[in-house]
Write a protein that binds this ligand. Structure first.
Ligand SMILES: Cc1ncc(COP(=O)(O)O)c(C=O)c1O
Length: 399
């Protein structure tokens, strides 16, 4: 099969022209100009490391927090620049104190690394993990909302809620969940790894206790750029995973939260410094800026899903209102013959990669049991790439 057409915008990325890249969702992909921007910061650092860290770094980080705060409609003082969402979730869960018998609520579609963190912390404190089953296929957001709220008891102290679930690509009714959970006294740790650049986030209005999101995913910033937002009334409870100078540094007109998160030891902050340029560069790539990017990617994911469902003869597993820029489908005949054991690579993934040059995740999962595929849609993707994937799957699955 000939490789499919590429989007005219693909030239702004350095993705391998022999690869049909349909997995922006895993790690994102950064445009060439932003990688150049990141190198500019690294060069500046190496010109004079002491001046960079002691005289300039705080101002650069502040610029990045300000740029993020504008997009997130929140106070820049409540943001910490961290490396990734896993760190964000760990920072919160490992800062908090739990009592024996406290309940931490987690839907079964949570990202495994974050679920592991919940299990680790719960075991350490003698807290109880309550796993909520979210059906998939699912009729609509109300089903997820009701399932999660039904898991709340008078012992629930924290809920780990996704904006968009990783395995199933479902947009959760996270705004309503935050409202209902927080009003019952349950602190929400919002895992918005798939968040900024993918769904509009208005953090002050949202009111979640804790939010973390990756800038390296849907904002296309360099790898290792993410933020943690902690509501002002809770900042005294939260410390970075690395205790450093900030814990004892004279306060001045800065909060302890700021001091502690602004310096966690010598690290490469070039990804964080590149945030303002990334926000602007991406917004200028498409008429209409960020809202237009989100709409474009949503429409492409919907169209890609329609093409796959039609070609493979499968039903859509959720309504459009639960789709953002990724879409998960259960492959035909999945769940039969026991499937591929969990944690083992699915050979179909490698066949798609080696024989067709397609990069797309294929995996087995227990909840419910089946074999899944998840497509992503980003500006560099073209509709023909989903037709190509559909043809490859039809051939490999003998459909
Ligand atoms: C829902 C969710 N949470 C957390 C993460 C972890 O992101 P990172 O590896 O950047 O920490 C991911 C990554 O895909 C995710 O999908």
């Amino acid at each position: 099969m000939d490789l499919p057409s590429r989007s005219p915008l693909a030239k702004f990325w350095s993705l391998d022209s022999q690869c049909v890249f349909l997995n922006h969702g895993s790690f994102g992909a950064t445009p060439l100009a932003i990688r150049k921007e990141q190198r500019k910061w690294q060069d500046l650092l190496e010109e004079e490391p002491v001046r960079f860290y002691e005289d300039l770094a705080m101002e650069f980080m502040e610029n990045s927090r300000n740029a993020l705060a504008k997009m997130l409609e929140c106070d820049a003082e409540d943001l910490a620049l961290i490396e990734n969402a896993t760190t964000g979730v760990n920072t919160i869960l490992r800062s908090l104190v739990f009592n024996e018998g406290d309940e931490i609520l987690v839907p079964d579609h949570a990202y495994q690394a974050c679920r592991n963190t919940v299990d680790f912390v719960a075991e350490r404190w003698g807290a109880k993990v309550i796993t909520v089953n979210i059906p998939f296929p699912i009729e609509g957001p109300q089903v997820a909302l009701e399932a999660i709220m039904a898991g709340v008891s008078d012992r629930t102290v924290l809920a780990l809620i996704d904006t968009v679930t990783s395995p199933t690509g479902l947009l959760m009714p996270f705004e309503e969940l935050v409202r209902q959970l927080e009003s019952k006294g349950v602190a929400v740790m919002l895992d918005a790894a798939h968040g900024i650049g993918m769904v509009p986030l208005s953090l002050d209005q949202l009111g979640a206790s804790y939010t973390t999101s990756n800038c390296h995913k849907w904002m296309c910033a360099p790898k290792g750029s993410a933020f943690l937002h902690v509501r002002k009334d809770l900042q005294h409870l939260i410390h970075p995973l690395t205790v450093s100078h900030g814990m004892s540094f004279p306060l001045g007109d800065t909060t302890r939260f700021r001091h502690e998160f602004d310096w966690t030891g010598t690290r490469d902050i070039s990804a964080a410094c590149s945030i303002p340029a990334t926000i602007e560069y991406m917004a200028n790539m498409v008429d209409g800026g960020w809202p237009a990017i989100m709409k474009h990617n949503h429409n492409l994911a919907m169209e890609g899903r329609r093409i796959l469902c039609q070609r493979l003869g499968i039903e859509v597993p959720c309504p459009e209102e639960m789709i953002t820029c990724i879409a998960t489908l259960s492959l035909p005949h999945s769940g039969e013959e026991g499937g591929i054991p969990l944690h083992e690579p699915d050979p179909l993934h490698k066949v798609l990669q080696d024989k067709y040059g397609i990069q797309v995740p294929v995996w087995s999962w227990e909840s419910p049991k089946g074999r899944y595929i998840r497509i992503s849609a980003q500006l560099y993707n073209h509709i023909d790439e989903y037709h190509y994937l559909a043809d490859a799957l039809a051939a490999e699955l003998n459909l």
